[in-house]
Design a protein around this ligand. Sequence first.
Ligand code: NAG
Ligand code: NAG
Length: 112
Amino acid sequence: MYDMIVVVAKCACGYSVNATSASAFSVFTDLLETDFLHVYNLSSDIGWQRQEYNVTPQVARGTYGKKAELRNVVANPLNSSYDYAGSGALGGDPGLQLWVRGDSSDGMVEWA
Ligand SMILES: *[C@@H]1O[C@H](CO)[C@@H](O)[C@H](O)[C@H]1NC(C)=O
Ligand SMILES: *[C@@H]1O[C@H](CO)[C@@H](O)[C@H](O)[C@H]1NC(C)=O
């Protein structure tokens, strides 16, 4: 005996920016999902890229500027591609590490 499951969607599956009852909203049906537990090389084609740029305190019109550096985005994958739990290769929780560094001697806050 087979059970039949009928699914009726009121709209296409996706996620929206602003509630769909708002006067202006956008529904996105594509999703970029990355399994950072198993990303071993952030330079390989994983669908996105790290950014490197800076904004001086003068341009930021504040006390500090900001500096996005590649080294502030660190992969900490699980040791085995077959595992889904355990410590990361660098120790601690596995996944992507995004660093904000406290040294701002040049007036720039380093971040990912
Ligand atoms: C979300 O709502 C704001 C305010 O109405 C509007 O300016 C913006 O364009 C909307 N965003 C999208 C993606 O529709
Ligand atoms: C990471 O990927 C890049 C781009 O494919 C490649 O040039 C580089 O050799 C890889 N690094 C390692 C450690 O495998």
